[in-house]
Design a protein around this ligand. Structure first.
Ligand code: SAM
Length: 368
């Protein structure tokens, strides 16, 4: 069957995609090769991230579909060579057409199961972008990353990680998710935690360089480290969370006693020097959104303790103050920042009583 195609431009790269493709939302496995226009921001982040590393790299886009990410990387990041792989022969054909369309000579197209490819070859950077959960592909991807290479992956099984399907999360990630106001924070950390535990089985550790939630998906970029000591250091940063809806108390601990949610990653989501080296200029598709997100990622505190303004407002039975003013007040008291996950959330390591006090003060000043 001949597929009806159109040519689109994203960033500085053009490619053909099926005329019928997802414009927003998670997108679904359709009849034709997959493409989701809304993931342009996700691909912009790959470009900013890889440019910031400023290295000669061998990269695999292991689930490439139309080749959109692989081609953008090959075209927009200097000094890289890219393998664009997809198990679907129609996808491989489309990627080949797209390589010709852009006149690229640094892309190799392969058409195989990523498990076969990554058991034969290793790369400096492995990208994994499945339909739904990346968990079934962790093992193969880890084998395909060089000793100090980078693994970047997307998870679109957000409902599972964020607690809407608890049993499935327990089966798939061997972790108990949280529902409610901090479900996405916990989901992102459950994803990182299960990746860290999988790496540890191979005597490898990880340092997250950039991890975020956006639109309908989680995305993480981790530097993989070699050696049992690094695996142990990674496991030491995986723990549990407690959360009581009635009192608003939450805490994290490396001991599961009285901390029922997790295991999850409690360490850094982002590496400050990586973020500082990332730039939102030069031909990205959504430069303003990239600039805004970079600012948020750079600014957010390194703590899993996060709150939604709405939960404080219902708890105290007070109106909602402007979040910027509340964060300023928290900062004056020693700890507060926005949280990239939600425009109405903030991070703080202050005791709950202090946070409530700050909240009351800001609301009172607002009502004077
Ligand atoms: C969500 S799409 C990838 C989208 C793409 N990265 C993009 O940015 O447009 C998932 C792709 O993975 C491919 N796939 C599924 N299982 C695979 C496997 N075991 N090995 C390689 N590719 C696979 C599918 O054919 C599909 O094209």
């Amino acid at each position: 069957m001949k597929v009806d195609r159109i040519i689109i431009k994203e960033g500085s790269t053009s490619f053909t995609v099926p005329r019928e493709h997802s414009q927003k939302g998670p997108g679904s496995r359709g009849e034709s090769v997959f493409f989701n226009r809304q993931m342009a921001f996700n691909r912009d982040v790959s470009i900013m991230f890889l440019r910031s590393l400023d290295q000669k790299m061998r990269i695999v886009d292991s689930m490439s579909a139309t080749g959109s990410r692989a081609l953008r990387i090959a075209n927009e990041v200097p000094s890289v060579s890219v393998v664009a792989n997809d198990i679907d022969p129609r996808a491989a054909k489309m990627i080949e057409d797209n390589v010709r369309l852009n006149g690229l000579n640094n892309v190799t197209v392969t058409n195989e199961d990523l498990s076969c490819l990554l058991s034969r070859e290793v790369f400096d950077y492995v990208d994994l972008d499945p339909f739904g959960s990346p968990m079934p592909f962790f093992h193969a991807s880890i084998r395909g990353v060089k000793r100090h290479g980078i693994l970047a992956l997307t998870a679109t099984d957000t409902a599972v990680l964020a607690g809407a399907r608890r049993r499935k999360c327990e089966r798939r990630y061997m972790a108990r998710p949280l529902s409610g106001p901090i479900c996405h924070e916990a989901g992102l950390r459950i994803l990182l935690g299960s990746l860290g535990r999988e790496l540890a089985r191979f005597d490898r550790g990880m340092v997250p360089l950039l991890s975020f939630y956006s639109d309908h998906y989680f995305r993480v970029h981790v530097r993989c480290l070699a050696g049992a000591a690094k695996a142990d250091e990674t496991l030491e940063q995986i723990g549990w969370m407690s959360y009581d809806r009635k009192t608003l108390r939450r805490s994290v601990s490396c001991d599961p006693e009285e901390h029922p949610y997790g295991p999850m990653w409690l360490g850094q989501l982002h590496d400050p020097s990586t973020l500082n080296a990332m730039r939102s200029d030069e031909g990205l598709e959504e430069p303003r959104r990239c600039a805004r997100m970079l600012e948020l990622w750079r600014e957010e505190l390194n703590t899993p303790l996060t709150y939604e303004v709405s939960e404080l407002s219902s708890f105290l039975k007070l109106p909602t103050p402007p979040i910027d003013r509340l964060i300023r007040k928290l900062q004056e008291n020693g700890s507060g920042s926005r949280n990239h996950i939600s425009p109405t959330a903030f991070r703080s390591t202050l005791p709950l009583e202090k946070i409530l006090e700050c909240y009351r003060e800001v609301v009172e000043i607002d009502n004077l």
